[in-house]
Design a protein around this ligand. Structure first.
Ligand code: SAH
Ligand code: SF4
Length: 355
């Protein structure tokens, strides 16, 4: 079976070409066609010799994702639902900000972490995405922008779609290197953020990667009792394992870390939790940013509600008064199920009804 050509890093492309009797310098040309000119067929790569075109065509696919649905929100957010070659569905979201276009990518089909508030965790993991399938999400969105003819570029990426990126670690790292490579899309590492539910072991590896990519940690609770209740991963990696991993990351990279905190009404949004969060982060506040996220209700998790506006503001105020950098996330595309996994789980339910 052919694999996606977008799975290869630049070095891997060079090696592959040499192994298949081609000149190393062809890699630069191929990548130029793929990522700068963004062609859809090998035949268009006219400065490659026929032999090189053929061997690529025999071995690679130039796109394996099929667009199923595209939903556009009033605020300009666009959600894409793609079908992969094996029929699995994934979601990708394009958001427009004042600083540019940002894309949220999926790394797994479903998620095994199973956080109790999340639509993606409703369906256990079916499989990991290949690096190419993650890169292709960006390529598809970029080609959507190209079609508008306004020379707009995807400038930012958040790895916050369906799945736990650190549970698909190697493919996620290849993805980051491919989209960051100057020979390709050249998306700045500082413009990319990877979000993890806190697989502490992998956070040490990530710190050692020597990448300038940002890290976000889904914390959501400031104590073990509460965190275990809403995120069962906290049993395997409780705060006493997580915080040293964070300290290691901060020391090694000297990069700021973002703590994501979904505010769930009457669950984790009291004054008490805000104060506990301050204590937890105070020794690293110079390198911390807390992103308070209004909860996006998921039909199947009706035990949770979004916090009241006043509770959100009070929580924010306590952090701020105690010198913790923080902000409340501006929402995008709530009218189109833009919280990760929502469109996919609805589509799967619809498909089931059809059968
Ligand atoms: N698995 C990774 C990345 C994907 S989830 C992680 O958990 O970090 C990306 C972010 O979306 C996480 O912070 C997650 O907690 C948040 N999220 C999930 N479901 C949500 C919902 N219904 N409303 C708001 N945020 C949600
Ligand atoms: Fe998986 Fe992240 Fe959803 Fe938790 S919040 S179930 S880790 S995708």
């Amino acid at each position: 079976m052919k694999s996606s050509i977008y799975s290869l890093t630049f070095d891997q492309m060079q090696e592959w070409l040499v192994e298949h009797g081609q000149k190393k310098f062809r890699a630069k040309q191929v990548w130029d066609w793929l990522y700068k000119k963004r062609v859809n067929t090998f035949a268009e790569m006219y400065n490659l010799n026929k032999d090189c075109q053929l061997v690529l065509e025999e071995n690679f696919d130039l796109g394996t994702l099929e667009q199923e649905i595209k939903q556009e929100s009033k605020d300009g957010t666009i959600k894409f639902l793609f079908k992969m070659t094996d029929g699995n569905l994934i979601e990708t979201v394009l958001m427009k900000f004042s600083y540019g276009y940002s894309v949220c990518v999926t790394t797994q089909v479903g998620c095994n972490i199973g956080c109790s508030f999340c639509a993606s965790g409703l369906l256990t993991k079916n499989r990991d995405l290949s690096s190419g399938e993650i890169v292709e999400q960006i390529m598809n969105v970029q080609k959507h922008l190209d079609a508008k003819g306004e020379e707009e570029r995807v400038s930012h990426i958040v790895v916050m779609g369906i799945g736990e990126p650190f549970d698909n670690y190697d493919n996620t790292m290849d993805f980051l290197r491919i989209v960051n490579d100057q020979e390709g899309l050249s998306i700045g590492a500082r413009h990319i953020t990877v979000s993890t539910s806190g697989l502490a072991k992998r956070m040490y590896d990530f710190a050692d990667e020597n990448l300038q990519v940002n890290l976000a940690l889904s914390l959501h609770a400031p104590n073990n009792e509460l965190r275990t209740r809403i995120m069962k991963i906290n049993k395997a990696f409780p705060l006493e394992k997580l915080m040293p991993a964070i300290d290691y990351y901060l020391e090694k990279t000297n990069r700021r870390i973002t703590f994501e905190y979904i505010l769930l009404k009457d669950v984790n949004d009291h004054k008490k939790e805000a104060e506990q969060l301050v204590s937890l982060l105070k020794d690293k506040r110079h390198l911390s940013y807390v992103n308070l996220i209004p909860y996006n209700p998921v039909d199947e998790h009706n035990q949770y509600d979004r916090s009241e506006k006043k509770a959100i503001l009070d929580f924010y105020q306590i952090l701020l008064e105690n010198g913790i950098n923080c902000g409340v996330r501006v929402e995008h595309g709530t009218d189109i199920d833009a919280a990760c996994g929502q469109l996919r789980s609805k589509q799967i339910k619809k498909d089931k009804h059809k059968v």
